[in-house]
Design a protein around this ligand. Structure first.
Ligand code: KG4
Ligand code: ZN
Length: 359
């Protein structure tokens, strides 16, 4: 397989280095394309969400997601270029998420990106989706934010990183079972609140009492930086079933009880996230915390992390809500990779896990 050096040698950095980057993201259930310039100005950010296709299932169905990406990817790219007022021949590079994610979904974006890179003779840059979630906080800040501790909280991942630079991330901890977003989605399903679960629980929690039910805080006192959320979901199920000896009685629960359960459940997830961030900051001595991923849009989490930041004190860098959930603009971290001449060979494949395949 061709090495990065060979590829760089073939293409050079690009003779349109100050032009525009087209970024493509299709790792899960959003088909997204964005155009970003070298100063990280987002000229367009098109996100075609598939929530309506997956709602009845209470979660993303991989086969449905990849089929929808196939139909939507070219319109999303066209829309992004048109909205940015940028023509294909003004592009300097194409960035694409290659990992982690659903293989069928990732393949659609990668195929589109490879086709454009090859036909336009511009570099292809592979982006790690969770690192891009962290880079979203740097874009929102509008200035350098690394080194920092990075928390990625999404539907598929709950990860704590030591971010040495925008391209050098060291994993400190991760979930041993469900991700935080998954806990929100499954909890909302149990409570009959709909999909996606995070925004639904946040809404319901506003009318509830977060102290009504004392849910467990899994691993909160363990010295490691790992997370576990699956037991929390089981605890919620027991609360819903109550004294019915295991038979679901959701329809019999008064609205107020549902709101209290939503608020208490949300608080338990957030308590653990806040405690682990605090521990990572204290342990490493880092003075900044960057947060990204869909769950980072949660208003209560943002509030709690602000308290942690004020108490330590450290600098808190939250991705703005529009850049928390999946989007292609955050793949602007490709500019950092371009600066370091880290391009992808055209043979690059997708991978469902976090690691880039060996070349
Ligand atoms: O980052 P993202 O869009 O996709 C993945 O990479 O997984 O994250 C989606 C997750 C879903 O689980 C969704 O319920 C959750 O983010 N989410 C929220 C909120 N908005 C989205 N969770 C809590 N509160 C929110 N406001
Ligand atoms: Zn994501």
């Amino acid at each position: 397989m061709e090495s990065a050096e060979d590829q760089n040698g073939k293409w050079g950095v690009t003779n349109r280095a100050d032009g525009f980057l087209l970024a493509i993201e299709s790792s899960c259930d959003e088909t997204a394309a964005a155009v970003i310039d070298r100063r990280l100005t987002v000229l367009s950010n098109v996100v075609s969400s598939q929530h309506e296709l997956h709602r009845d299932f209470g979660g993303v169905v991989p086969e449905i997601a990849s089929r929808a990406h196939v139909r939507r990817i070219i319109p999303a790219i066209d829309d992004a270029l048109r909205a940015a007022g940028v023509a294909l021949d003004q592009l300097s590079a194409v960035a694409v998420t290659t990992r982690p994610g659903l293989v069928g979904s990732l393949l659609v974006g990668l195929t589109a990106a490879k086709t454009l890179a090859l036909s336009l003779e511009i570099p292809l840059v592979d982006v790690n989706h969770v690192e891009a979630h962290l880079f979203a906080s740097r874009m929102s800040a509008g200035r350098e934010v690394f080194p920092a501790i990075g928390l990625v909280v999404s539907g598929g991942h709950t990860l704590l990183y030591d971010c040495v630079s925008a391209t050098d991330f060291h994993l400190l901890g991760s979930t041993i079972d469900d991700a935080a977003g998954e806990a929100f989605d499954k909890g909302a399903k149990l409570l009959g609140l709909g999909y996606p679960g995070g925004p639904a629980i946040q809404r319901a929690a506003l009318s509830g009492d977060a102290g009504a039910v004392r849910f467990p805080r899994p691993l909160i006192d363990s010295p490691n930086l790992d997370f576990s959320f699956s037991g929390l979901k089981t605890a919620l199920l027991y609360e819903i079933n109550g004294s019915s000896h295991g038979r679901a009685v959701l329809r019999d629960l008064p609205h107020e009880r549902v709101y209290d359960l939503a608020a208490s459940y949300q608080e338990a997830i957030i308590d653990v996230l806040a405690a682990k961030c605090r521990r990572a900051l204290v342990r490493t001595g880092r003075t900044a915390l960057c947060v990204g991923g869909g769950v980072a849009a949660n208003a209560r989490l943002r509030e709690r992390l602000k308290s942690v930041a004020a108490e330590l004190p450290i600098e808190l860098v939250l991705a703005e809500p529009a850049l928390c959930t999946d989007n292609a603009a955050m793949a602007a971290m490709a500019w950092e990779l371009i600066d370091r001449q880290l391009f992808a060979p055209l043979e690059i494949d997708v991978t469902p896990g976090l690691l880039r395949p060996k070349r």
